[in-house]
Each structure stands twice: as structure tokens, then as C-alpha cells.
Design a protein around this ligand. Structure first.
Ligand SMILES: Nc1ncnc2c1ncn2[C@@H]1O[C@H](COP(=O)(O)OP(=O)(O)OP(=O)(O)O)[C@@H](O)[C@H]1O
Ligand SMILES: [Mg+2]
Length: 351
């Protein structure tokens, strides 16, 4: 078995502690010199002859303060340079925490910070490998399951038309839905499956919202400002995203929930589509994880609450393929709000 090589990669040739000790020693020496100089100058008879003792003391004090400030500032500059790798590493850790798996921190020193940087890069690489392996496994299993599912469907056709057949058909249809969701996720990640065309999103979104008007708690559509909002989108994929968000909003609504509000907004940095519901809402601590495949706030998956936890991860991939993002917007009131942000130029007509 391989023993983990702690501090592997480039060998550690210097030590942060050694550098810190050297800085502290230099500072102590400088301060000692200043104090000694101050006392020697204080007892200098020539000084007192040229100016009054008070002026001489004031001058000495000012000079000592100036030299001391110089020492402190130099030490601060040296410490800032010394701790720079820690800041860079901190940025790397933050980016990895935010889900940027491609992060890699450059190693600039040969001390403990350099070793830590190597360890971080190895850890990020390992996380990357594990996630890639997980996704690969999901895709492989999904592909492998397609043929037996097709065979099951054919066998079902030959079964007598009874309750059991209906139940099995519904289970097979559910499995098919999950498998196509997983394969769709993979297709989108590979950058395939999206064809961007510059078009007006308003009629597309309005049509989708209209189809939810009769489903409780209902849905209403508004635009802020512009009547036409031209952005580069894949209309079919945007419809999928809107349906996923609206299905969730309907599914997690309460008997007394207000209608789902869908808004198209234009901003300087692009367009936004906001879907706000008045349902059960999402706990703040889960607001990042809901975009992960198979994550559900309520782990107990029932037929009524349905779902495999794939809808929002598909939304995330589609939006990334558009160069945009989907985000959960925390609010103070009840319900959940999701915002789709499109970065590409917006060309709107006058309202
Ligand atoms: N509008 C919402 N209100 C409350 N909770 C929500 C809302 N949208 C999503 N969630 C929570 O986030 C989880 C993930 O949503 P997602 O759409 O990915 O999965 P799902 O709806 O459970 O299943 P699927 O979409 O695959 O049918 C949901 O299980 C639910 O707990
Ligand atoms: Mg869903």
C-alpha cells in the first residue's frame, strides 16, 4: 500500500517560522539601535550647544518616531509579501467551496505555504476525480438500463390489461423519466444540446405561464419596462427550465398560496426571469445543495411529492450552457424565488 507522501511535490527548502523569526530579530535589532542612538544623541554635548535642550529633544523624538515608523512599515510590507501565498490559497479554497472544481493554486514558495498549496491542489484534483467518476458511473448505468427497460416495455405490451400492468407501466415510465433526465444532464454538461438563437423571450415565457394559469395556485406573468426582450437562447431548453421551475412552484405550494409570479426584467448586465412562489419555501442551509442531482429537501420521496431531485440540476446545466446562471433568491417572506440570469446583450424596444 502506498504511504501518503505528506509535503510531496517540490521539497520544502525554507520555513515560514524561520522567516518570521528573522523578521522579528531584524525588528528588535533596529529598535535597539534606535533606542541606543536616541540615548547617545541625548547626552551629546554638541547638540545642546547648537540648540536649546527642549528643541534638541523634540528633534530627536521626531527623528526616532520617523525611523520607528519606517521599521514598522518595512516589516508590514515584508509580512504582507510573506503571507501572500496564504491569501492566494484562501481564494482557491473559497472557489472550491463555491463549486469551481477546475481551481488550481500556483505554488510560489518552498516553505510550509508551498507544501500546503501542493496539498490543496492534490485535494482539489482528488475531489475532481471523484465527482467525474460519480458522473461517469451515473451515465454508464443510465445507458445500460435503457435496453432492459425497452425489453420490459415490450413485455408489458404482451401482458393482460389489468391493474398490475398499469402499475408496472407507471413504474417503467418513471424509471425512463429519471434515465432521460440523467442522460440530458450529461448531454448539457458536454456543451451539446443547446443551440443559441437571438430572439424575444417575452412570448415564450408568457405562453408557458399561461399553461399554468389553471393549475392551483395559478400563475401570472409581468414584464418590467420592456415589451420585447431579445437575448440569445435555446427556446426549447428555456421552456424546459421554466417548466421545471413552475412544476416545483406548483408542487411545493400550499392550499392558501398566492399565484406564482413570473417576471421578465431587463438590466444593464443582461436579462432576468424571476419565478416567485408562495409555497413551503426552502431552508437557507439547503439553498446551494438543491441544484445538485438527486438532492431533495424532503428526503422521503413519495409518489405525491414525486421527483428524483433532477429538475433544478437540469436548470443549472441549461443556464450554464447559456453562459448564465440560475440562483435561489433568499427572501424574508414565505415561499421560494428563483432567478434566471442571461448575460448576453439585451436589445429592448421602448415600452
Ligand atoms: N419552489 C420550491 N419550493 C420549495 N421547495 C423547492 C422548490 N423548488 C425546489 N424545491 C426543493 O428542491 C428540491 C430539488 O428540486 P428539483 O426540481 O431538482 O427536484 P424534484 O422537484 O424533487 O424532482 P424532479 O424535478 O426531478 O421531478 C426539491 O425536492 C424540493 O425539496
Ligand atoms: Mg422539480
Amino acid at each position: 500500500m502506498n504511504t501518503p507522501n505528506v509535503g510531496g511535490g517540490m521539497r520544502q527548502r525554507s520555513s515560514v517560522f524561520g522567516k518570521l523569526a528573522a523578521i522579528m530579530l531584524a525588528m528588535a535589532l533596529a529598535l535597539m539601535l534606535i533606542t541606543t542612538g536616541f540615548f547617545i544623541a541625548l547626552v551629546q554635548p554638541t547638540l545642546h550647544k547648537q540648540m536649546s535642550p527642549i528643541t534638541a529633544h523634540a528633534w530627536l523624538l521626531v527623528l526616532s518616531l520617523l525611523v520607528m515608523s519606517g521599521v514598522v512599515l518595512t516589516t508590514q510590507a515584508v509580512l504582507t509579501k510573506l503571507l501572500r501565498p496564504l491569501r492566494v490559497l484562501n481564494e482557491g479554497v473559497t472557489r472550491l467551496g463555491e463549486g469551481d472544481l477546475a481551481v488550481s493554486v500556483p505554488r510560489t514558495t518552498t516553505d510550509e505555504f508551498g507544501t500546503l498549496t501542493d496539498a490543496f491542489n492534490r485535494m482539489a484534483g482528488r475531489v475532481r476525480e471523484m465527482i467525474t467518476a460519480r458522473d461517469r458511473l451515473l451515465v454508464d448505468v443510465s445507458h445500460e438500463l435503457r435496453s432492459p427497460l425497452t425489453r420490459m416495455k415490450v413485455a408489458l405490451e404482451l401482458m393482460p390489461d389489468d391493474v398490475q400492468r398499469a402499475r408496472l407501466s407507471s413504474d417503467v415510465a418513471e424509471m425512463e423519466r429519471m434515465i432521460s433526465g440523467l442522460l440530458e444532464l450529461e448531454r448539457l454538461r458536454a456543451g451539446r444540446g443547446v443551440t443559441l438563437v437571438r430572439q424575444d423571450v417575452v412570448p415564450i415565457v408568457r405562453d408557458i405561464v399561461t399553461s399554468y394559469e389553471d393549475r392551483p395556485p395559478g400563475a401570472r406573468f409581468t414584464t418590467t419596462g420592456a415589451r420585447e426582450v431579445f437575448i440569445e437562447i435555446d427556446a426549447e431548453q428555456l421552456k424546459t427550465v421554466m417548466r421545471n421551475l413552475l412544476d416545483n412552484a406548483v408542487k411545493y405550494s400550499l392550499p392558501d398560496s398566492k399565484a406564482i409570479a413570473v417576471t421578465v426584467e431587463t438590466r444593464e448586465d443582461g436579462a432576468r426571469i424571476r419565478v416567485a412562489d408562495d409555497g413551503v419555501g426552502i431552508p437557507r442551509e439547503d439553498s446551494e445543495r438543491i441544484f445538485e442531482p438527486f438532492f431533495r429537501v424532503d428526503r422521503s420521496r413519495s409518489k405525491e411529492s414525486g421527483g428524483y431531485g433532477l429538475g433544478l440540476s437540469i436548470c443549472k446545466r441549461v443556464m450554464e450552457a447559456h453562459g448564465g446562471a440560475v440562483a435561489f433568491e433568499p427572501g424574508s417572506g414565505r415561499g421560494a424565488t428563483f432567478v434566471l440570469g442571461f448575460p448576453n446583450g439585451v436589445d429592448t424596444s421602448v415600452p
